[in-house]
Design a protein around this ligand. Structure first.
Ligand code: DP6
Length: 406
């Protein structure tokens, strides 16, 4: 008897032009286009195994080993139903020889290799891996753009994780969402020197979720309307050109401006929403002062901060500058040595005591921020631009022979 199963992994993406606001909450159609950098799944990824079997009684999903309810009409149910429909329409109806596995129930096991407690958005990589694994299971001929329209209905930002490199999500104009798709602006290989330093900032309290926060912004913020109409269209074009020309200075300026404006529309929401905290703001001050030095030398910006719906900072920088930036961050935010993994070999063999590396560049005004205690930034993840979803071998599958998580 055949086993119908496939495993895929998918990357995290961090937007430089932020998606914030829906014009259709069910189809997840945005009020503006957005653009992101896909991060390397060698470091951060979701892995998902899907299996279809006539013996399964209902669709079931386990996230990190724990069953997650698939609510009827909810986002998970929608994505699974849409993938079954694609299988039926593009494979089974066209070729009657193909097994009708779209009728079978599915078991899905998903695993994130980064802790949810790190406060990193897992919904983007999670829904992208779900859609990619079902696309392999169902042997769909569909393009990543077509799949992005389904991942989008799981979580808006997930549509951008169907591609590697630099990815735009065009908002589209059709009411049914047919043209609200992700598209690759440039592949990973175009600008592999693009690196990212994620500063994981402690956050005890549970903030406002993206979904409810952006809905409130749509309902109450006048500033959002200005952003949608007069700011984002021009920025999408300028940052796409900056990426194509590998113009880091322009890329950095737009990235920081757009992060600032996203947090400004959050503040303009009623009641106001604050995602950044004192640590986030201190990291902004460090990046601004660091850039001031390089601007003074006529070198343009060398670092760009961006913040999503939480206090974590992501600093984009070219590979050649990451070490200096890391040393600067550690000077203000000492690290627990055992927490640091030098995955990209920045400091070479054996020098894992990151705090011993702390130093600020010559001429840096040290008064721009206070020095914090160990734990204020509870981890640093150094990664880089990466590729899109990968098909993994059966050995890497997350479901045991009995169809339950291993
Ligand atoms: C600030 O994609 O998590 O990260 O579509 O409601 O699931 P839903 O929201 P989500 O929002 C992401 C918002 C953001 C900006 C971005 O990734 O573009």
């Amino acid at each position: 008897m055949s086993i119908y199963q496939a495993t895929a992994s998918a990357p995290v993406n961090i937007a430089v032009i932020k998606y914030w606001g829906k014009r259709d909450t069910k189809l997840i159609l945005p009020t503006n286009s957005s653009l992101s950098v896909t991060l390397d799944q060698d470091h951060l990824r979701s892995t998902t195994t899907s299996r279809a079997d006539p013996s399964f009684e209902r669709d079931q999903l386990w996230l990190n080993g724990k069953e997650d309810e698939i609510k009827p009409g909810g986002r998970l149910a929608t994505c699974i139903a849409e993938m079954k429909r694609l299988r039926k329409e593009t494979v089974e109806d066209k070729n009657p020889e193909e097994p009708k596995i779209s009728d079978y129930k599915v078991h899905i096991a998903s695993y994130n290799n980064f802790p949810t407690a790190a406060g990193l958005a897992s919904s983007a990589s999670g829904f992208a891996a779900l859609v990619a694994s079902l696309a392999y299971l169902y042997a769909l001929p569909s393009s990543p753009s077509v799949l992005s329209a389904i991942a989008r209905q799981g979580s808006g930002s997930a549509c951008r994780s169907l591609f590697g490199g630099f990815v735009a999500w065009d908002m589209g104009s059709q009411p049914n969402g047919a043209d609200s798709l992700a598209r690759q602006v440039a592949p990973q290989s175009h600008w592999p020197e693009m690196h990212a330093l994620i500063c994981v900032v402690s956050d005890a309290k549970k903030g406002t979720s993206s979904t409810s926060g952006m809905q409130r912004t749509v309902e109450t913020s006048a500033l959002l309307q200005h952003r949608i109409t007069h700011v984002v269209p021009e920025r999408m074009e300028s940052i796409s050109n900056a990426i194509l020309q590998k113009d880091f200075d322009t890329f950095a300026r737009i990235t920081m401006k757009d992060s600032n404006q996203f947090h400004a529309v959050a503040l303009d929401t009623e009641p106001p929403i604050f995602y950044m905290n004192d640590v986030s703001r201190a990291i902004i001050a460090l990046v601004v002062e660091y850039n001031r030095l390089s601007l003074e030398k006529g070198q343009g910006c060398k670092a760009a901060y961006t913040y999503d719906a939480g206090p974590n900072a992501v600093i984009y920088a070219l590979k050649e500058n990451v070490k200096e930036i890391m040393q600067l961050v550690v000077s203000y935010f000492p690290q627990k040595p055992e927490e640091f993994k030098d995955v990209l070999g920045l400091f070479g063999e054996g020098s894992l005591d990151l705090n011993a590396q702390a130093k600020v560049p010559v001429g840096f005004n040290e008064a721009v921020a206070q020095r914090f205690e160990i734990g204020a930034v509870k981890g640093l993840i150094h990664t880089r631009v990466g590729d899109g979803p990968r098909k993994l071998s059966d050995d890497e599958g997350l479901l045991a022979a009995n169809g339950l998580p291993k």
